[in-house]
Design a protein around this ligand. Structure first.
Ligand code: ADP
Length: 197
């Protein structure tokens, strides 16, 4: 049986970088955000149920979920988000299970879950929670450099996410991704994968 790792971290912490390094170490990486995007892309499997629940106005001209319209609906009526999640979460869960089954021969399966700590429902599905952590200033600098965002835009996302303390409290293992270059991070992740694999 593979060891199941739930990987999370705040925006700009280096979570995606760590996921890529774990894949390099032979782990199967399952990206729950990518699954969610595929379900709501044009011809995505979640669209019929979403259209039935919220009407044709939430479907864009190209057939994908109209995210701007959906956000407006959630803003106007917050419980709408729970209704949307009630459609999406079981579908994400089913696709995640399917991909995990397909990777049953691997030593490690990594579930890359951006909001693992916030959502709570992931803890029971994984054997270990691995958190990538760094100082807020480092997160801000990285996202400004990576995505060209303003400081204010990054700070607004940080305020909505779990705090570092909440994330650290949920961690079985912590990667402190500050003050180390990418080579040092690689060595650290490969050592962790070897210990767990
Ligand atoms: P996340 O997925 O947590 O939002 P990323 O993995 O995309 O973050 O990392 C954000 C940016 O910071 C990327 O451009 C990445 O290459 C860079 N980065 C991450 N960790 C390090 C590090 N230890 N040294 C240098 N750059 C890093």
């Amino acid at each position: 049986m593979p060891l199941r790792i739930g990987l999370s971290g705040g925006i700009g912490s280096g979570k995606s970088t760590v996921a890529a390094l774990l894949a390099e170490a032979g782990a199967a990486v399952i990206d729950t955000d990518a699954i969610s995007r595929a379900l709501t892309a044009a011809a995505g499997a979640a669209l019929p149920a979403i259209e039935a629940a919220f009407g044709p106005a939430v479907i864009a001209a190209d057939g994908a979920l109209d995210r701007v319209r959906m956000r407006e609906l959630v803003f106007a009526d917050p419980p709408t988000l729970q209704r949307l999640e009630a459609i999406l979460h079981p579908m994400i869960g089913a696709e995640t299970d399917r991909l995990a089954q397909a990777a049953a021969d691997r030593a490690l399966i990594v579930f890359d879950v951006p909001l693992l700590v916030e959502s709570g429902r992931w803890r029971a599905r994984v054997d270990r929670v691995l958190i990538v952590d760094c100082a807020a200033e480092t997160q801000i600098a990285r996202v400004m450099a990576r995505s060209g965002w303003t400081r204010e835009a990054v700070e607004a996302v940080l305020r909505k996410q779990a705090t570092r303390a909440q994330r650290r409290a949920a961690a079985d293992a912590l990667i402190h991704n500050d003050g180390l270059d990418l080579d040092a991070l690689r060595r650290l992740v490969l050592a962790l994968a070897a210990r767990w694999g």
